[in-house]
Write a protein that binds this ligand. Structure first.
Ligand SMILES: Nc1ncnc2c1ncn2[C@@H]1O[C@H](COP(=O)(O)OP(=O)(O)O)[C@@H](O)[C@H]1O
Ligand SMILES: Cc1ncc(C[n+]2csc(CCOP(=O)(O)OP(=O)(O)O)c2C)c(N)n1
Ligand SMILES: [Mg+2]
Ligand SMILES: [Mg+2]
Ligand SMILES: [Mg+2]
Length: 324
């Protein structure tokens, strides 16, 4: 078994992909240098064993993948390019070994290599009982091009960059069946275990320079739609029948819960004028990236409505995962 410092050396990258790393792992803090013309974007999200995953719901590589992915997703929602990350890991004194924590890092590194992102620091501590993994990410976006939640206006199209409800449907099965449900070919299990952050969408939105509101879907579109509505001083209306792949959920009693409040989908929900939406759809189509119109932004004050095919609207109550 490696001691703490040998272990840190073992997870450190041998070289960095970005020349902006002035000082990486191995000193009191990391130093990075940003280029002219860009703003720095920062986010941190934490995954806690028992709350965000268990050893039955997630392979260890997936825990690493997802801990970084949920953070990259927040960068995507701001239109940023992911660059660097830092990892704070609190490992229980019993029940976890170094081979297992190594697999968590393998999952993070595999995802990081795709952008690429450099691991520039972190922290290692021990604790009782459950593992806690906190990832801080650093990205950049062209000056003043960041995507904000408060930019929606009445008359806008409400859109989604991918399906919702898949992760919640996968989790439902994982909580009942545990490892027996692990299946690389099952879209619902994969959506829960290996979510794909929508970085490319965020970049297309930011590069367009148009007025676009965006939020990533960690807590369900009911919650994230409300955040857009509240920040923008509007209402939003979700058309149930327009939700991508809604027909696959028909037979399930939990369909509203999964699709509207399930969360952990990590696609983007956003709003843009009908003209901008059509142009974005055209540009994204060339890259085989679908953009779904799921509703409208209306005059109002922070409400979320759900509209059925017959046009009937009901106010959507708050939902989604809350920690307190
Ligand atoms: N404990 C905290 N201390 C300071 N800021 C926080 C804390 N928790 C959340 N925030 C901030 O509140 C905002 C919303 O956080 P959150 O709902 O976790 O966002 P997201 O769902 O996009 O991850 C963010 O700006 C985040 O940085
Ligand atoms: C074992 C287990 N139970 C329940 C869930 C569901 N769950 C846990 S946290 C969460 C919401 C997203 O996490 P949060 O920490 O609120 O992320 P943020 O909004 O800050 O990005 C959901 C749907 C899960 N992933 N795993
Ligand atoms: Mg958060
Ligand atoms: Mg977010
Ligand atoms: Mg988040």
């Amino acid at each position: 078994m490696k001691n703490e410092f040998e272990w840190i050396r073992s997870i450190a990258q041998e070289e960095y992909s970005h020349s902006g790393v002035v000082t990486g792992i191995g000193d009191d803090a990391a130093v990075i240098r940003e280029e002219e013309g860009f703003d720095t974007v920062l986010a941190v999200d934490t995954m806690v064993e028992g709350i965000h995953f268990t050893k039955e719901t997630m392979p260890l590589e997936a825990v690493g993948h997802k801990a970084l992915a949920v953070n990259v997703s927040d960068l995507a929602a701001m239109g940023a390019v992911p660059l660097y990350y830092m990892v704070s890991i609190a490992v229980p004194k019993t029940g976890w070994d170094q081979e297992e924590t190594g697999r968590i890092y393998d999952g993070m590194k595999k995802l990081a290599a795709r952008y690429p992102m450099d691991l520039i620091g972190g922290d290692t501590v021990s604790k009782k009982e459950t593992l806690v993994l906190s990832v801080t990410v650093v990205g950049r976006v062209e000056k003043n091009r960041q995507l904000l939640r408060g930019r929606a206006e009445a008359g806008d199209v409400l859109f989604l960059t991918g399906p919702v409800g898949f992760s919640a449907r996968g989790l439902d099965r994982l909580l009942r069946e545990g490892r027996a449900a692990w299946d690389e070919k099952d879209a619902y299990i994969q959506a829960h275990q290996y979510p794909e952050p929508h970085v490319r969408y965020g970049r297309v939105f930011a590069e367009s320079g148009a007025r676009i509101a965006a939020n990533d879907v960690s807590d369900g579109i009911g919650h994230e739609g409300r955040e857009i509505a509240e920040a923008s001083g509007t209402d939003v209306t979700i058309d149930w029948e327009a939700l991508p792949f809604v027909e696959r959920f028909k037979e399930f009693e939990e369909r509203e819960e999964w699709l509207l409040h399930g969360g952990e989908d990590f696609c983007l929900i956003g709003a843009a004028s009908p003209d901008v939406f059509a142009e974005l759809q055209r540009v994204l189509k060339k890259e085989n990236l679908p953009l779904y119109k799921i509703g409208t932004v209306d005059a109002g004050s922070g409400n979320v409505w759900l509209r059925r095919a017959d046009g009937e609207r009901k106010l959507l109550q708050s939902g989604g995962y809350t920690h307190f």
